[in-house]
Design a protein around this ligand. Structure first.
Ligand SMILES: NC(=O)c1ccc[n+]([C@@H]2O[C@H](COP(=O)([O-])OP(=O)(O)OC[C@H]3O[C@@H](n4cnc5c(N)ncnc54)[C@H](O)[C@@H]3O)[C@@H](O)[C@H]2O)c1
Length: 196
C-alpha cells in the first residue's frame, strides 16, 4: 500500500508492505553516501538485512530506550555523521522505533541545516504513528519531547514483518494508538464502543 503525504515543506510517500525492508535499496536508491541510525534493541536480523543492501554505509547504534532520547545521544549521532563526512547530498536512514525516528529525524533536521532522511519504522507505534508527520524531538530538562523540530522524511518504508520480533507489550502499545486514533476520527467506530 502506498500513502501519499502532502505537507507544506515536502511531499513524500509511506510504503506499507510485507518484506519491503529486504528491497529497501530498490525503493530508496543511492543519493550520495548512506548513513544508518539505529538502536541496540532492534534485532540484528533487521539491521543486517539493511546493511547487506548498503555494505558501504556508515552506522551509529545507540542504547535502546527512552533514556537515550537526549542531547548527549544527539551529539554522538551528529559527531558520527560529521566524522563520516556527510554532506547535504547524503542520506540518513532511521531503522527502529519511535525513539530512533525522533533522534535520527532531529539530527537530520539540524545537521548542515537539514539532510535527507528516510524512516524505516520497526515498532507498531512507529509504523502507525510516529514515523508520519515530521515531528522530531529529544527529552530535555526532565520534560518529554520538549526540544525538537519539524522535519519531514523523504520516504517511509513500513514492513509489518519486522513486528514479528516485537514483545507483546510493545506490539499492543501501537495497537492501542490505532484504536485511539480510530475512536477520535471515526464516529461510527466510536459509537460501537460507546454502546458497550
Ligand atoms: N514523532 C512523533 O510524532 C511521535 C509520536 C508518538 C510517539 N513518539 C515517540 O516514540 C517513542 C516510543 O516509540 P516506540 O514505542 O516505538 O518505542 P521504542 O523506540 O523505544 O522501541 C521499543 C523497544 O523495541 C525495540 N525494537 C524496535 N524495533 C523492534 C523490533 N522489530 N523487534 C523487537 N524489538 C524492537 C527498541 O529497541 C526498544 O527497545 C517515544 O519516545 C515517543 O515520544 C513520537
Amino acid at each position: 500500500m502506498k500513502i501519499d503525504v502532502h505537507t507544506k515543506d515536502r511531499d513524500y510517500s509511506v510504503y506499507l508492505e510485507r518484506g519491503i525492508l529486504a528491497r529497501a535499496d530498490a525503493m530508496i536508491g543511492r543519493h550520495g553516501h548512506v548513513f544508518i541510525v539505529s538502536d541496540d534493541g532492534v534485532p540484528l536480523k533487521w539491521r543486517k538485512m539493511l546493511q547487506d543492501q548498503y555494505p558501504e554505509a556508515g552506522i551509529f547504534v545507540f542504547p535502546n530506550g527512552e533514556a537515550s532520547k537526549n542531547f548527549d545521544t544527539l551529539q554522538e549521532i551528529l559527531k558520527a555523521m560529521q566524522e563520516a563526512h556527510l554532506s547535504r547530498q547524503d542520506t540518513i536512514i532511521a531503522l527502529g522505533g519511535g525513539v530512533v525516528g525522533d533522534m535520527a529525524g532531529f539530527a537530520s533536521a539540524i545537521y548542515m541545516r537539514g539532510i535527507r532522511y528516510i524512516n524505516i519504522p520497526t515498532t507498531s507505534l512507529s509504523q502507525i504513528d510516529s514515523s508520519i508527520g515530521g515531528k522530531t524531538a529529544v527529552d530535555f530538562n526532565g520534560v518529554k519531547n520538549s526540544v525538537g523540530a519539524f522535519w519531514q522524511p523523504d520516504m517511509v518504508l513500513a514492513d509489518p514483518d519486522t513486528l514479528s520480533t516485537l514483545s507483546r507489550r510493545h506490539y499492543h502499545n501501537g495497537l492501542a494508538e490505532a484504536v485511539k486514533e480510530g475512536l477520535i476520527k471515526d464516529e461510527a467506530l466510536f459509537n460501537i464502543f460507546e454502546k458497550r
